[in-house]
Write a protein that binds this ligand. Structure first.
Ligand code: SF4
Length: 232
């Protein structure tokens, strides 16, 4: 008997998104692994280690994409390394075409302070695009509560820019859901979160946030920029 493979496109993703409405993150992860297997890659900022844990339980050796910009807090790098020790995952470091030193030599030191969009393009957007080539789906930890711009974030969508399926299994999670999952599963923590950094990116572009403030207000503080461009 032959089965007809799904042709993934915007319509197929919209149908999947509808059928998964209200599903748990575990169910969505099961669905993702059943549909894409090793052709999926899980993006992790290492602000937490939820997705590497969730997917490694279902897909041993799952590829975990880390945007190694060269500007991370050392605690973030340590969290990545601890996740790699604790879970059966394969870390895929996505690096820029130029090292930070080469970028400094060509564009001047601290480009992030003068042109963060160009810096993010070279150190995040372009490496991500190159790293997604060859996969059929990517998984992100984006949540609707992250920002008003993400309030309608779907569970499954067609990523037109990269030409593959994008899955957001914890899109509907609250901050409490995140906390409970980490406590129940005794996950490695990025210590920066407890030190006042609820949204962690590159060190030069991430500031502390006061209790009650928008969690993402510490990212590119004082600039109009609110997103690095990888979720557009
Ligand atoms: Fe550069 Fe800042 Fe973007 Fe990191 S977050 S890539 S340092 S502009």
């Amino acid at each position: 008997m032959t089965t007809q493979a799904t042709v993934w496109n915007a319509q197929a993703c919209a149908e999947a998104n509808e059928s998964l409405a209200g599903a748990s993150a575990a169910h969505i992860a099961d669905w993702a692994v059943a549909n894409f297997g090793k052709k999926l890659i899980v993006a992790a900022s290492m602000q937490d280690t939820i997705l590497p844990h969730l997917f490694s339980k279902r897909l041993t050796g799952v590829d975990v994409l880390f945007l190694e910009t060269g500007y991370h807090f050392k605690e973030t790098i340590e969290t990545r390394d601890e996740a790699a020790r604790r879970f059966p995952i394969t870390i895929v470091d996505a690096t820029a075409a130029k090292t930070v030193a080469e970028q400094d030599a060509e564009f001047g030191k601290d480009l992030f302070a003068r042109d963060p969009n160009l810096c993010c393009f070279m150190r995040k957007v372009d490496p991500l695009a190159r790293s997604l080539a060859g996969y059929d789906a990517w998984v992100t930890g984006a949540r609707r509560v992250d920002a008003v711009t993400r309030s309608e974030l779907p569970l499954v969508t067609w990523d037109e820019g990269h030409g593959l399926v994008k899955i957001n299994p914890i899109a509907a999670w609250s901050d409490m859901d995140v906390e409970v999952y980490q406590v129940v599963n005794v996950l490695p923590r990025n210590p920066m979160v407890a030190q006042g950094y609820p949204s962690i990116g590159c060190e030069p572009c991430t500031n502390k946030v006061k209790p009650g403030e928008d969690p993402r207000s510490g990212r590119w503080s004082g600039q109009e920029k609110t997103e690095c461009g990888i979720h557009e």
